[in-house]
Design a binder for this molecule. Structure first.
Ligand SMILES: [Fe+2]
Ligand SMILES: [Fe+2]
Length: 318
């Protein structure tokens, strides 16, 4: 016969959970819902015909990377859901259901924009616009540049899935902190933030593509919740076991070169203030550390701001 404890395990809600900070993010995501269908791409399509071929090429180089990047982050979120289930955190699962839907919607936004404005959708139509470059090299040889989106996320995600399958609770928690530090702290929280701003600044500078501008603003508002979900979850776990702080620094160390280099778009669009985006990265890095409750690495900050370190890093979206 089922005991009271067995029956109680079927129910996850509590007053404390519903009043908590993660559950409130779920409620906010539900309130802030928007759809791609409601956006009108007519003016953007007219602007596409009006701008120069150089402007088309520069912009498309950025948007096609976002098209790939949003698909990648949609595809890589499952380990976090699986781990939240294993850790018995139903409020995290509820929030993550909105997170996964929003990443799918961001991918949909870029698919529709490219279809309506540029006329490309199928892989063979999009691939020629994906700017491939040789391996990025720091001329000083001090930093290595790695593929964060297609290397770090599957790698840390795989380790988290392994922990869920066979590890102890603390193995899962530590792997969760590491995956979240990479996904929410590093990729969404620091690396791609300047890229969103650069596109918004570029459309403002050109006085064109109002719906691309609007879509980026809607996406940024969603990203703000994704980032602070991850950093709040990390803070909760680090408060439980302060030794998890090392897992955060390990991630930022392993991909240090990607964060100290300049975002490629900073140099792709003439007229943008290059220094603005490095300062922005430092501000975001300090905010993420504060939210996670970890001590910022001051050497990393000095390297981001060092004008001598100016090699360019390719960045995709979160
Ligand atoms: Fe996204
Ligand atoms: Fe995101």
């Amino acid at each position: 016969m089922a005991t009271n404890a067995d029956i109680a395990s079927k129910f996850h809600f509590s007053r404390e959970m519903v009043a908590g900070e993660i559950y409130r993010k779920y409620e906010k995501a539900m309130r802030k819902f928007w759809t791609v269908e409601d956006l009108d791409f007519t003016q953007d399509a007219l602007d596409w015909q009006r701008v120069t071929p150089e402007q088309q090429k520069g912009l498309l180089g950025v948007t096609v990377r976002f098209l790939a990047g949003e698909q990648a982050v949609t595809d890589e979120l499952v380990p976090m859901l699986s781990a939240s289930h294993a850790l018995n955190r139903f409020d995290w699962i509820m929030y993550l259901s909105t997170f996964l839907m929003e990443e799918a919607k961001h991918a949909e936004f870029f698919m529709r924009w490219h279809e309506a404005v540029v006329g490309v959708v199928d892989p063979e139509e999009v691939v020629p616009h994906f700017l491939t470059r040789g391996k990025t090299v720091d001329p000083s040889g001090r930093f290595e540049v790695r593929d964060v989106l297609h290397e770090a996320l599957p790698d840390y995600g795989g380790r988290l899935m392994d922990a869920v399958a066979g590890g102890s609770e603390s193995d899962i928690e530590r792997a969760f902190v590491q995956f979240s530090a990479a996904y929410n702290g590093f990729v969404e929280g620091v690396l791609t933030m300047p890229s969103y701003e650069i596109v918004i600044d570029t459309t403002a500078l050109w006085g064109a593509f109002p719906t691309l501008n609007k879509g980026f603003r809607l996406i940024l508002a969603d990203e703000g919740r994704h980032i602070t979900f991850g950093t709040t979850a990390c803070r909760i776990l680090i408060e439980k076991d302060p030794s998890y702080e090392d897992a955060v620094h390990e991630v930022f160390d392993a991909y240090r070169g990607n964060i100290v280099g300049l975002v490629e778009y900073q140099k792709a669009v003439p007229g943008l203030d290059v220094g603005k985006y490095q300062t922005m990265k430092v501000r975001h890095y300090r905010n993420r550390c504060r939210e996670m409750g970890v001590t910022p690495d001051e050497t990393l900050i000095e390297q981001i701001l060092d004008p001598e370190i100016d090699f360019v890093v390719g960045v995709e979206a979160g």
